[in-house]
Design a protein around this ligand. Structure first.
Ligand SMILES: Nc1ncnc2c1ncn2[C@@H]1O[C@H](COP(=O)(O)OP(=O)(O)OP(=O)(O)O)[C@@H](O)[C@H]1O
Length: 345
């Protein structure tokens, strides 16, 4: 069964092509849509909701054509926008009941569904307080609740972990996973971090510059891209533990990336080892033990979107553009800091 299908979908603005001949076929479950800022994720969501027309190509959601059945799609689909859009003066209960009524639920059903949904997102205790006093994490939960309240078949979540700290991100990702496992509601969730979606999604779609870079099940994805970061101590027998481990792992047949990363201050370097399966972990552990050095850490590297882009020329250009922008931003921040410092002196 296909939940979302697009065929050569394009969206051109006067000065930018936001989507470029995108063809997708997404089934039930939790699907991650990953791309750097400006990749076209929000544009795709707006087209899927029937809120913005495509320039070319076709798209269907739950078998309904977005060009002709926008309102029928919005009846069956929940949407969590990226930006802050909540009224500060009303409580979560008032707001979510209002959204449920807007979706066509009668008053009693709207109140009951609101209570259930707010409990699901973990906002039960605070539900009568005005939203204006909520933390970012609580506001994200209200946005999730209003997307779920009318019991949709699919929810489109635009950057739901934005602005959250690591604990808040994990909690939100857990909630999103349960939207499908507990209620059977399919999810399309966007993020610019591939690493966080790997744990939550059954399927991952990567877009860059409006083009499809990759679409595959999460397990295929991680199998082919997993890198282990390994950090070890030195010993009397091996004064450079990292070098000894590099040699031993190469001899054991593992592939190591050319570079080493700086470890924690005072510690050694980190080796980056290509992991082809579970066995790689055992080989690293046994080799470290045989050398008699200490294992400080062995962890799966979080994949930043740039790593997926490694093989794409277009993306390489984009990565350079990001780097240039970051350098500019850093220079600007440094100027500001300097200015603030001299003001204070
Ligand atoms: N209404 C618009 N008019 C002109 N250009 C637009 C409009 N909306 C989006 N764009 C451009 O289209 C491109 C894709 O934007 P989009 O918001 O879909 O990206 P995104 O992947 O969702 O990124 P972000 O997370 O930063 O929103 C960007 O270059 C953006 O500047």
């Amino acid at each position: 069964m296909t939940v979302i299908a697009t065929e050569s979908l394009s969206k051109r603005y006067p000065r930018v092509t936001a989507l470029d001949r995108l063809s997708l076929d997404i089934g039930p479950g939790v699907t991650g849509l990953v791309g750097a800022n400006g990749a076209g994720k929000s544009t795709l969501i707006k087209i899927l909701l029937g809120l913005s027309p495509a320039t070319e190509g076709t798209a269907a959601v739950l078998g309904l054509d977005v060009a002709t059945h926008g309102s029928a799609i919005r009846e069956r689909v929940g949407y969590m926008p990226e930006h802050d859009c909540l009224p500060p003066d009303v409580s979560a209960t008032e707001f979510v009941v209002h959204m449920a009524r807007m979706s066509g639920l009668p008053p009693t059903a709207a109140r009951e569904r609101t209570a259930d949904t707010l409990r699901h997102v973990g906002l039960y205790e605070e539900r009568y307080r005005p939203i204006g006093g909520y933390s970012t994490g609580m506001k994200q939960r209200v946005k999730l609740a209003q997307a779920l309240v009318h019991d949709p078949q699919l929810v489109l979540l635009d950057e739901p972990t934005n602005g959250l700290d690591p604990v808040g991100r994990d909690e939100m990702l857990g909630l999103i996973r349960r939207v499908y496992t507990d209620f059977g509601i399919s999810v399309l969730v966007t993020s610019h971090l591939l690493g966080e979606l790997e744990r939550t999604c059954d399927h991952v779609v990567v877009v860059d510059g409006g083009k499809l870079l990759r679409s595959s099940s999460t397990s295929d994805f991680t199998q082919t891209t997993t890198t282990l970061a390994v950090e070890v101590t030195d010993s009397d027998a091996h004064p450079d533990g990292t070098a000894a481990l590099r040699k031993a792992l190469t001899e054991a047949g593992l592939t190591l990336h050319a570079g080493e990363e700086e470890g924690l201050p005072g510690a050694g370097h980190i080796l980056l080892v290509e992991a082809t399966g579970e066995a790689t972990y055992d080989v690293v552990r046994d080799t470290v033990a045989d050398l008699g050095i200490g294992l400080v850490r062995m962890e799966q590297r979080r994949h930043h979107i740039a790593e997926v882009f490694r093989d794409s020329d277009a993306a390489a250009a984009r990565a350079e553009q990001f780097a240039a922008q970051s350098a500019q931003a850093a220079a600007w921040a440094a100027t500001q800091q300097k200015g603030a410092g001299s003001d204070g002196a």
